[in-house]
Design a protein around this ligand. Structure first.
Ligand SMILES: [Mg+2]
Length: 381
């Protein structure tokens, strides 16, 4: 162990951005898109490489090269906490929320992956597993889909992969087409049958009383989860809706630091806290956010990027489930050998593969590359 620790200086940080077209136009209640950008970080110590990424603008790559790389280079790779602390302190004047936190998250995940690979351990074992598998829910059901696309996607999850919970987007055009929202919810329930759990996500597209009216109008559809019925910035509105409706109210996907999640929990705004390990500050902050949720007697659900959440979720006692998000699932299966199979509605990370168990397919990734930079330690000792 001591030899490994002595040899584990971080000597290179490599960053690349990839823009991948979606397989069909995608939209939720408040945004539409036809491509997704992944900013991927590789952190090296000698021949060993850790990989992390975030889904964010290419500007995240500049944050890593300009603000974070020098902080991380030269650190002992086993001291992830020190590197994380250094990154957070270094961005004081740049501002932590948003792309800066996404960038920190990608580096932090790469550092945890590197540490686990240096020690020859699966990442979930390094973190300390508390479970054998992690539940997932199928997520997509974009407002841009027609009825056939919606039914095909939902049936694939429920009957093809036997995932017993699915989520669709609602709140179309900022809540201006409630009739179609209700029609699509009805189509979804009809497709998945009575037993599968049906979730909806408005991405903040409704206003307070509208959200309550919508869920009352859908009372016979047995909706279990109402995500961002109003904007996550409206904590009072979330609490009001939470206290009025039957489905669990969830939010938190835009959280970038512990204080954000503290405010959300303290406001009584959610029945289940969401967090995104690729936004909130990586695995280091995810573990703290989960502990914060536990202190408020809440469970936590991982937002998107399922392969980044699988290992930390294995080590999180109060995790409810992860989001098997169509767009990111597709990209992660394209880009990595070792991608997971959600058959039966659970993920089981490989029991012996070191780190997060994924290996970048460089030949595939290079087709989508829109930029890259390598930073090396200037004065290696
Ligand atoms: Mg959401």
């Amino acid at each position: 162990m001591s030899r490994t620790a002595l040899a584990a200086r971080i000597d290179a940080v490599e960053v690349a951005a990839y823009t991948i077209p979606t397989d069909a136009p995608e939209a939720d209640g408040t945004l539409m898109w036809d491509s997704t950008t992944m900013v991927l970080v590789e952190v090296r110590s000698g021949e060993v490489c850790g990989t992390g990424w975030t889904y964010g603008p290419p500007a995240c790559a500049r944050v890593i090269t300009d603000q974070l790389a020098d902080v991380v280079l030269g650190h002992d790779a086993l001291d992830v906490g020190a590197a994380f602390d250094g990154m957070v302190k270094a961005v004081r004047n740049a501002g932590r929320p948003g792309a800066v936190s996404y960038a920190i998250s990608a580096v932090d995940i790469a550092l945890w992956d590197l540490k686990a690979r240096l020690l020859g351990l699966p990442l979930y074992r390094l973190l300390g597993a508390v479970r054998q598998e992690v539940p997932v829910y199928g997520s997509g059901g974009f407002t841009s889909y027609d009825e056939d696309q919606l039914r095909e996607q939902l049936a694939g999850w429920v009957y093809g992969q036997h995932i017993p919970r699915v989520k669709i987007k609602v709140g179309e055009c900022w809540g201006s087409d409630v009739g179609r929202d209700l029609e699509r919810m009805s189509q979804a329930r009809d497709t998945v049958g009575a037993k599968a759990e049906l979730f909806i996500d408005a991405n903040g597209g409704y206003h307070r009383k509208q959200a309550i009216r919508v869920i009352r109008a859908a009372a016979d559809l047995d909706i279990k989860w109402f995500e961002e019925p109003v904007t996550s910035d409206d904590l009072e509105g979330l609490r009001e809706i939470r206290n009025t409706v039957t489905p669990d109210v969830a939010a938190g996907e835009y959280g970038c630091d512990l204080t954000y999640f503290h405010r959300m929990c303290a406001a009584g705004a959610v029945d289940c806290l969401q967090a995104d390990v690729s936004r909130c500050g990586g695995i280091t902050e995810w573990l703290r956010v989960a502990a914060l949720a536990a202190a408020h007697h809440l469970e936590i659900s991982g937002h998107c990027a399922p392969h980044l959440h699988a290992h930390p979720a294995m080590a999180t006692p109060n995790v409810r489930h992860l989001e098997w998000f169509h767009d990111h699932v597709r990209i992660e299966h394209m880009f990595f050998d070792g991608a997971l199979n959600p058959q039966g509605g659970v993920l089981r990370p490989h029991p012996t593969a070191p780190g997060h168990g994924l290996c970048l397919r460089r030949d595939v990734a290079s087709r989508y590359q829109v930029g890259s930079t390598v930073c090396r330690e200037r004065n290696p000792r």
